[in-house]
Design a binder for this molecule. Structure first.
Ligand code: FES
Length: 257
């Protein structure tokens, strides 16, 4: 029975693959996607890319954390540094440079950069706004937060505003569900030296627009909860339990022992 199911699944996969190959539109879109990655005017392997002098020092520091025969372990921090230096996204040349530094085939770097969603392989805004789309944030209105952002900025998801300042993306749970819905702002406006990654929590559609306007004016909105009734993740309006001294008796009568 298992063998039959496996045979059927194999047959179905083959059919799907054949139908994709025979559909010119799909073939075209595959090749366009591939070309976009390696062969657009601002992203192709002929553009030379290197770490800045200040970051070369950081590269040495990062590599010093790993044994010399395991340089490849430094791929993620190096990609992160390259992305900060390059205004929030990674070109194929940047990935190739990292492959040379850690002495691996470029594909080993591409496969890491394409796996993790925090690495962007196309341009983003100086402020990359990441709306959490996972269930707790969704239940608490993240779709409305995203809609308010897209409408206010006049872009679609993953598009960059004409002034290059903002782009809106989506992330999965960022570990802040208790203050849902939330937004993370990756701020590439000051290069790798001034890079910050801030959380804005307990958002409303109106508040998220105010935050964007503050960023536009070069201000730094207060991070964390945006609900004035809450302190960090505490209950809105203050504590409702455990407000006095705990009352005796202890759980056991120790004198009885
Ligand atoms: S679901 Fe949004 S932070 Fe966890």
């Amino acid at each position: 029975m298992f063998a039959t199911a496996a045979r059927n699944a194999g047959k179905r996969l083959l059919e799907i693959r054949r139908s994709l190959i025979q559909t010119p539109q799909v073939t075209r879109s595959f090749s366009t996607a591939l070309n976009y990655h390696i062969d657009s005017p601002d992203n192709n392997p002929d553009i030379s890319w290197d770490f800045s002098d200040a970051n070369k020092e950081k590269v040495r520091e990062i590599l010093s954390h790993y044994p010399s025969n395991y340089k490849r372990s430094a791929v993620i921090p190096l990609l992160d540094l390259a992305q900060q230096q390059h205004g929030g996204w990674l070109t194929v040349s940047a990935m190739n440079t990292i492959a040379k530094i850690v002495e691996v085939a470029p594909i080993r770097v591409y496969e890491v950069a394409t796996f993790y969603s925090m690495f962007n392989r196309s341009k983003v805004g100086k402020y990359h706004l990441l709306v959490c789309g996972t269930t707790p944030c969704m239940i608490r209105g993240s779709r409305e937060i995203e809609a308010a952002l897209l409408k206010h900025l006049g872009v679609k998801r993953n598009e960059v505003t004409k002034d290059g300042l903002f782009s809106v993306g989506e992330m999965e749970c960022m570990g802040c569900c208790v203050n849902a819905p939330m937004l993370a702002v990756a701020d590439y406006s000051k290069g790798s030296e001034g890079y910050t990654y801030n959380y804005y929590e307990d958002l409303t559609p109106e508040r998220v627009v105010e935050i964007v306007e503050m960023l536009k004016r070069g201000e730094t909105p207060p991070v964390g909860t945006q609900n004035p009734e809450r302190i960090r993740s505490g209950p809105a309006g203050g504590n409702t339990t455990l407000r006095g001294e705990p009352k005796p008796p202890p759980c056991r009568d120790l004198d009885a022992c």
